[in-house]
Design a protein around this ligand. Structure first.
Ligand SMILES: Cc1cc2nc3c(=O)[nH]c(=O)nc-3n(C[C@H](O)[C@H](O)[C@H](O)COP(=O)(O)O)c2cc1C
Length: 373
């Protein structure tokens, strides 16, 4: 039976379910064109905004590596070390909307069958700021973008009405999504921050605002490590650092936990999974939990800037996986999406030794009766 790599997500037909996420791999026209040539099914542009952006002096991203023979964890490059994570404090695109618009149109015309998603961000403190979201949305969709991704998740914005500061506020998430939906003629995805107590709360806000999909995770709020010799942060400017975002292998299990919460809370929803993906086996986790697409950043940055080998391995991995499971009648992604979603349960629902019983710690004196299963 022929296997089918293409898939439909939020009403859009993707050549395959693998996207480059909004980040350096999608910061320019040439990168995005190379990415489509290499086989990515879609790209989410580096986030486009209307406010001025100036990045820090020096490196904006570094990679933390672990040693096999010691517990050392460091950003220092050394032979034999394995990637642990990326750390970045890069702001959104420093290119203007006017710079982006003709490029978006050209990219879409060059690759009409590949999905071009515009990531956008504005403030949300007043009506004028909220209208900026609409300006960005209409401009990008007029150039032929297939979907919009709302950046409600950048972890290093000072403004309380931008990035993950919006993503931590259910009401603001809802308002921003609704404002964009008022003008959008294409699907709107909400990219939420994982740095919140219960991501289901903010996802509900986005869905109430009309979001067509939830995207998770952006990077996790974090600090670089301090070098024990120099007593300086491994990445700093004049000895100073601010919180930034952790991505890459270290966040795969963290991001899966967030995704599991989301897909269980909204079993009929559409989800795009991000965090620590570099192989099909990693992506498979997100699919089995209920994601219809996945996105990649760190691994692509380390593979010729746009991940030509990564996307080849992802597509090959999906094709081989479908071939291996042909006997189950699986021919496409939809045949196995969400298959392990309901295997994540509360602790007390996990089997105990036969002679013992455990009621989630509820049956001691002074505690409530356990809820009926
Ligand atoms: C250097 C860098 C810049 C990023 N810039 C953006 C951005 O502009 N907008 C956005 O939504 N996410 C941004 N991200 C987050 C990524 O899109 C992605 O959500 C995150 O890195 C987790 O995926 P990964 O584990 O594959 O790296 C950035 C990540 C990195 C490392």
């Amino acid at each position: 039976m022929a296997v089918e790599l293409s898939t439909t997500f939020t009403g859009l037909r993707f050549p395959n379910p693998f996207l480059l996420s909004s980040a350096p791999p999608t910061e320019s026209e040439s990168n995005i064109l190379r990415a489509f040539e290499a086989g990515w099914g879609g790209v989410v542009t580096k986030t486009i905004g209307l406010h001025p952006v100036v990045n820090v002096v020096g490196p904006k991203t570094k990679f933390l590596r672990a040693d096999a023979e010691s517990a050392a964890l460091s950003m220092k490059k050394r032979p034999g070390a394995a990637l642990h994570s990326s750390w970045n404090w890069e702001l959104i695109s420093d290119k203007t909307l006017d710079w982006w618009l003709p490029r978006l149109g050209r990219i879409k015309r060059a690759f009409p069958k590949h999905m071009l998603v515009a990531s956008i961000m504005a403030g949300s403190g007043n009506d004028t700021e909220l209208r900026h979201w609409q300006t960005l949305a209409t401009a990008c969709q007029n150039e032929g973008c297939d979907a919009l991704e709302l950046n409600l998740s950048c972890p290093h914005m000072d403004r309380p009405d931008m990035g993950s500061n919006v993503g931590k506020d259910q009401a603001l998430v809802s308002i921003v999504t609704k404002v964009v939906k008022e003008v959008a003629t294409i699907p709107v995805w909400a990219k939420l921050t994982p740095s919140t107590t219960d991501i289901v709360v903010e996802a509900r806000g986005a869905l109430l605002g009309g979001a067509d999909a939830i995207v998770s995770s952006n990077t996790f709020t974090s600090l670089p490590l301090i070098d024990a010799e120099t007593l300086e942060f491994e990445i700093h400017v004049d000895g100073r650092v601010s919180t930034g975002g952790l991505g890459g292998p270290a966040i795969l299990p963290l991001s899966l936990a967030k995704m599991s919460q989301l897909t269980q809370a909204f079993p009929d929803g559409s989800f795009s999974g991000i965090g620590g993906i570099s192989t099909f086996d990693h992506a498979l986790n997100y699919f089995l939990l209920g994601c219809g697409t996945v996105q990649v950043c760190t691994a692509a940055m380390l593979d010729h800037a746009i991940g030509p080998h990564i996307i080849r391995a992802l597509n090959d991995g999906l094709a081989r996986f479908l071939e291996r499971h042909a006997d189950r009648g699986w021919t496409q992604l939809q045949d196995f999406v969400g298959l392990r979603r309901d295997r994540v349960v509360s602790q007390s629902q996990i089997r105990r030794p036969d002679v013992k019983d455990y009621r989630g710690g509820y049956d001691a004196e002074g505690y409530a009766e356990p809820a009926a299963p």
